[in-house]
Write a new protein. Structure first.
Ligand code: BF8
Length: 505
């Protein structure tokens, strides 16, 4: 691990647009757009909307909708995979995967989807409950949000990871390369970006063939993290540097599936003569080439087609380009015994606990979190995934000894499973173990849904940016205290890295 953590690199393009400040009312989630008497803006704690809804009701409804959207992304990811792989939806999946004592608790609290596909009804019910004139009990609304967390975790993260592992193989420990420097101007560069790696897997298979030595396949965001973990395909960027990937001027085509793909890429691609190819009907983007992939046969055929498009683009582009950023070596993955090994370390008091550092890299977060996690890694093991794993990687901190890269965001189920196995080995509940989840820079609805999933398991969850809750509100109080009573966990906001460290030390 380096002594000095390198400074965060410039996000040239995003930076200009970030100058536009976020709406301060929206940031506190005190605006309501759910009916046409509004939109209503509640600027002080005694205000109510035209319908009479107060700040707590409005903020909790917003949070429920936010989480429902996050859960729909992960369950949709699993559904798309099942359709692609022609698999049947499993029966009683949550019962098969979750610890028995939690199933008992969730059933008692009325939080379990009962029949096949009922989780999609739950997502739709969340919209119903949060519409004008339906649920106006903020604590009940927040309980429904935890229910969506359970759905997100099992019928999204767990199911998607299981399907991917069965179809494309389980990741192993390997050396990987991370950063923009993995793009090679002298090669035909194809970048894959998004979340659902079914097509990217077919493209990787093709790109790795002997006759395609001129092709350099690189990843962006979670599709990239998934290929890095399974095949060692280099990872160029997380969500915040995706524009810089194209702006290297060396990407011949960028292939996207769905989620976290910035619409701004289209104009940039035009400037740099990159072909953007969309592959999923749920994520068409105007101004791009649409090559739909819905079966493994489509994937094979279109992978070859994309290689041809990229080679044609390569002939026309300038190869005399320097990419400033160097590639960084990283240890990726984990072995099957990780839970056992960590359990022994805990028993022997070699470590104080395990911190899962997960989620996005919201460019609004100005605080520097890596130095704090570096300090904490002296006493804690860190498991990381998604965009935060890229942050650790590009700073040279993924050593596979104290900090482990566990994969994409749906692979957060691996973290949940490690928590579950360690707790079992200690004959304790998950909530009684020294585990914590931190999302220091949350950005997407998905990240919030994942937070509620871990809270439903009994793990304390930290957010480093106001994710629809702000300090000293009833909402925060409920998530900090009442949640503890029912779900044996808390969700808390702490934007100051030093205070966070003090809190868990
Ligand atoms: O699922 S961490 S910004 S890339 S949502 Fe998106 Fe957030 Fe990155 Fe992957 Ni996860």
């Amino acid at each position: 691990m380096p002594d000095e953590i390198p400074q965060t690199k410039e996000k040239k393009f995003l930076k200009q647009r970030l100058e536009k400040l976020p709406c301060q009312v929206g940031l506190h989630s005190h605006c309501c757009k759910h009916c046409l008497m509004g939109p209503c803006i509640l600027t002080n704690s005694n205000d109510v909307g035209v319908c009479g809804a107060n700040q707590d009701v409005i903020a909790s409804r917003n949070l429920l909708r936010f989480t429902a959207a996050g859960a729909s992304c992960h369950t949709g990811h699993a559904l798309h995979l099942m359709e692609f792989l022609n698999k049947e939806f499993p029966n009683n999946y949550i019962e098969k995967k979750a610890p028995k004592y939690l199933i008992k608790l969730w059933k008692k609290l009325g939080l379990m989807p009962k029949v096949k596909f009922e989780h999609f009804k739950e997502i739709s019910e969340a919209l119903h409950a949060s519409t004008l004139g339906t649920n106006a009990d903020y604590q009940d609304i927040l309980s429904k949000t935890v229910k969506l967390g359970i759905i997100d975790g099992y019928l999204g993260l767990y199911l998607a990871t299981e399907l991917e592992d069965k179809a494309f193989g389980k990741p192993k420990i390997r050396q990987g390369k991370i950063n923009l420097g993995v793009i090679k101007p002298e090669k035909v560069n194809i970048a894959v970006h998004g979340h659902e790696p079914a097509f990217a897997e077919a493209l990787a298979k093709e790109a790795l063939k002997k006759e395609n030595k001129d092709i350099n396949l690189v990843g962006v965001c979670c599709t990239g993290a998934s290929l890095l973990a399974r095949h060692g395909i280099p990872l160029a960027s997380n969500v915040v540097f995706q524009e810089e990937v194209i702006a290297t001027g060396s990407i011949d085509s960028l292939v996207v599936d769905f989620q976290c793909i910035l619409p701004s890429l289209v104009d940039l691609a035009e400037c740099y003569k990159t072909t953007i190819i969309t592959t999923n009907p749920i994520a068409k983007i105007s101004g791009t080439t649409y090559l739909p992939v819905s079966t493994p046969n489509d994937a094979k055929r279109i992978a070859k087609q994309i290689i041809k498009i990229s080679r044609d683009n390569f002939k026309k582009r300038n190869k005399d380009i320097k990419i400033e950023q160097k590639e960084v070596d990283a240890v990726i993955g984990f072995n099957e015994n990780l839970a056992k090994e960590l359990s022994i370390k805990l028993k022997n008091k070699e470590i104080k606990g395990i911190i899962a550092v997960i989620g996005c890299k919201n460019p609004r977060v100005k605080e520097s979190w890596l130095p704090i996690f570096k300090k904490l890694s002296e006493n804690y093991i860190i498991l990381t995934s998604g965009c935060m794993a890229f942050e650790f990687g590009s700073a040279g901190m993924l050593d596979g000894k104290r900090i482990f890269h566990l994969g994409s965001c749906v692979n957060n189920s691996r973290i949940a499973e490690i928590f579950n196995r360690i707790a079992k080995l200690h004959k304790k509940k998950i909530t009684d173990m020294p585990f914590i989840v931190s999302a220091p820079a949350p950005m997407t609805e998905k990240c919030v849904a994942i937070g509620f999933f871990f809270a439903s398991l009994g793990v304390d969850v930290h957010f480093g940016y106001p994710m629809m809750i702000t300090s000293d509100t009833n909402m925060e109080d409920f998530l900090r205290t009442v949640l503890k009573e029912h779900f044996e966990s808390r969700i808390f906001l702490e934007t100051d890295p030093e205070k966070f460290m003090e809190e868990i030390k």
